[in-house]
Design a protein around this ligand. Structure first.
Ligand SMILES: Cc1cc2nc3c(=O)[nH]c(=O)nc-3n(C[C@H](O)[C@H](O)[C@H](O)COP(=O)(O)OP(=O)(O)OC[C@H]3O[C@@H](n4cnc5c(N)ncnc54)[C@H](O)[C@@H]3O)c2cc1C
Length: 559
């Protein structure tokens, strides 16, 4: 029997950071990932990571204020304080591990400006910061002696009488199902971008961990807060980093006007993401775009700067849209990028399920509230990944293994999978259901949404779920059966999509990324609270939690 004190599910930045911390604390630690660790979505992060360094004259309190304002006052201020205070050390730790951050003319770590922040405090490696961080973290993981289960797909959480005992997982290469026993589990399974189509997220970002935790009774908090990034490429929806605007790029309408002056006269293109995405959508709806897009103009930045700092997104523009940003503006529009919501945790990553932790994008420790600032997510992953790893290692010292019956657990899961494989072909395809869900979410739980549109999404999801219950899996083999893995993922996606739609319907105000045309104002009196979705008899049940306010008072949000 496979047995570990701490089992980390997910090998992106949060997962690797958590595993390294748990191992350093002496725990027998393992990490499990459905893809090779460096193929996790963290690898795709482009723009950078925030930290307020004292020797730059910056101050964690300024970073905290910008984050709280960015969150539209829905972020919990105690958690934000922990993140911003820890940022400097977390960044320097990464530098010491070997990340080759860009440097300025004096040879110091260089910064670039990012949206919603009054200071340039985003540290970066070109426009492929995530790749640089993830590969260095992977080297540390190998060195640490953490056991790694690569290309293993977690299919369920084992819980008996309220105590977590481990997980069941499909070894994708062989098709064999295993039970892994663990005293504590840390979910680091990333976001759920692909519930929306298109999205900037990798195809593997399907909300698995959120669904597993939700189905086991954990609460998903602030799920209505879906971030649409202002600059995703026409057509494919691939991300063009905020770093472009950080380096000075403009947004223009079809007549060449810099429309942001109407919406954010001070910060212009570097207002927070929700504000810029709404501005773009308003212009597009008013007929001031071309083919549903406005333009990202980098032509005045010069080829030298673009080659040094924005080389990856230049290539993306050329390869995927046939546009070279050195020479002409690139057509862009708002696209699904990030989920502020997730498994509710405290500042040590603990969920409401004993022994179960979460960190990174799948978690909601509540540092992003209604809207995440660019470059705060990489920071979130390493700060709260480390804290979760430390806490889980400590907790596992006094938790016994749950003595579940391995054979029984595995054969129950095996039966569920066999039932899927043996379904008759009714002509339907999981790919069509996934696309139907993605298009309904993008169309109805959009940058702007209202009661009617969200209700339509809920109706669509109900019908898609009925189809999902019958959908056949064509490949009947057990060896590397991605057809089966994708079909299983779709079940998780539908669960998480429900919680997003139901929460978006419930919040009757506009705050952060939740812009309701039928309730256009922020309503602090009634809605300064978190929405928590828990699994009920028939779909998600809603409850509320207060927002933690320490010393930063509510104010009107202007950029
Ligand atoms: C294109 C892009 C650019 C971005 N740029 C930035 C940026 O510049 N700065 C910033 O701060 N943020 C950025 N973000 C956001 C940030 O990158 C992510 O929020 C963060 O990297 C998520 O890390 P994570 O460790 O939580 O999850 P991920 O890196 O997504 O890792 C999830 C892990 O979980 C595993 N997993 C999931 N389900 C299962 C399962 N069922 N069984 C086994 N394993 C499973 C996966 O294999 C993977 O290893 C960007 C995001 C995107 C998409």
């Amino acid at each position: 029997m496979l047995e570990h004190d701490v089992l980390v599910i997910g090998a992106g930045l949060a997962g690797m950071r958590a595993a390294i911390a748990a191992r350093a604390n002496g725990a027998n630690t393992a990490i499990i990932s459905k893809v090779h660790p460096v193929r996790s979505h963290s690898n795709a992060a482009q723009g950078g990571i925030n930290a307020a360094l004292l020797d730059r004259g910056d101050d964690w309190e300024d970073h905290a204020y910008d984050t709280i304002k960015g969150s539209d006052f829905l972020g919990d201020q105690d958690a934000i304080e922990v993140m911003c205070r820890s940022a400097g050390k977390a960044l320097i730790d990464m530098e010491h591990m070997g990340v080759t951050f860009n440097r300025d003319d004096e040879g110091k770590l260089g910064t670039r400006a990012f949206g919603g922040q009054r200071r340039a405090r985003t540290f970066f490696v070109g426009d492929f910061t995530g790749q640089a961080l993830l590969h260095v973290m992977f080297e540390q993981l190998i060195k640490s002696g953490v056991q790694s289960y690569e290309e293993w797909f977690v299919t369920s959480l084992i819980i008996e009488d309220g105590q977590v005992g481990g997980v069941t997982a499909l070894e994708i290469r062989t098709g064999q199902l295993h039970a892994i026993r663990a005293k504590t589990i840390i979910f680091c399974t990333g976001g759920c971008g692909r519930l929306f189509e298109p999205s900037t997220n990798a195809l593997i970002v399907t909300g698995d961990g959120m669904a597993l935790a939700y189905n086991a009774g954990a609460g998903l908090m602030d799920m209505e807060m879906v971030q649409y990034h202002p600059t995703t490429l026409a057509g494919s929806g691939v991300l063009l980093s905020e770093a472009a605007r950080g380096e000075g790029a403009y947004l223009r309408d079809k007549n060449g006007n810099r429309f942001m002056e109407k919406y954010a006269p001070n910060m212009m293109e570097l207002a927070s993401r929700d504000v810029v995405s709404r501005a773009e959508q308003t212009e597009i709806n008013a007929g001031n775009g071309i083919n549903g897009c406005v333009f990202l103009d980098c032509t005045h930045l010069g080829e030298a700067l673009i080659t040094e700092k924005l080389s990856q997104i230049r290539e993306i523009g050329i390869d995927l849209a046939g546009v070279d940003m050195v020479r002409e503006p690139v057509p862009i529009r708002p696209g699904m990028h990030y989920i502020m919501g997730g498994i509710k945790t405290d500042i040590d990553g603990q969920t409401t399920l004993p022994g179960v932790y979460a960190a990174g994008e799948c978690a909601n420790v509540s540092v992003h509230g209604g809207n995440r600032l660019g470059a705060n997510s990489l920071l979130d992953t390493i700060v709260f990944g480390e804290r979760s790893g430390n806490h889980a290692a400590e907790a596992s010292r006094s938790i016994p293994f749950l003595p579940f019956n391995e054979q029984e657990v595995v054969s129950r899961e095996e039966q569920r999978i066999r039932e899927m494989l043996e379904r008759p072909d009714n002509g339907d395809r999981w790919g069509n259901i996934r696309l139907g869900m993605g298009e309904s979410m993008v169309g109805n739980v959009a940058v702007y949404r209202d009661h009617q549109s969200v209700e339509e999404a809920i109706r669509d999801l109900g019908q898609l779920r009925d189809r999902y219950a019958q959908v056949p899996v064509h490949n009947k083999n057990r060896v590397f059966n991605t057809d089966l893995v994708f079909a299983l993922e779709l079940g998780y996606m539908l669960d998480v999509a429900d919680t997003i739609a139901v929460s978006a319907l419930d919040r009757k105000e506009s705050r952060g990324a939740q812009a309701r045309t039928d309730y256009p104002s922020r309503d602090d009196e009634n809605w300064l609270k978190h929405i928590v979705a828990k699994k009920g008899e028939v779909g998600p049940e809603i409850s509320y939690l207060p927002v933690t306010i320490t010393k930063w008072e509510l104010e009107e949000r202007k950029y």
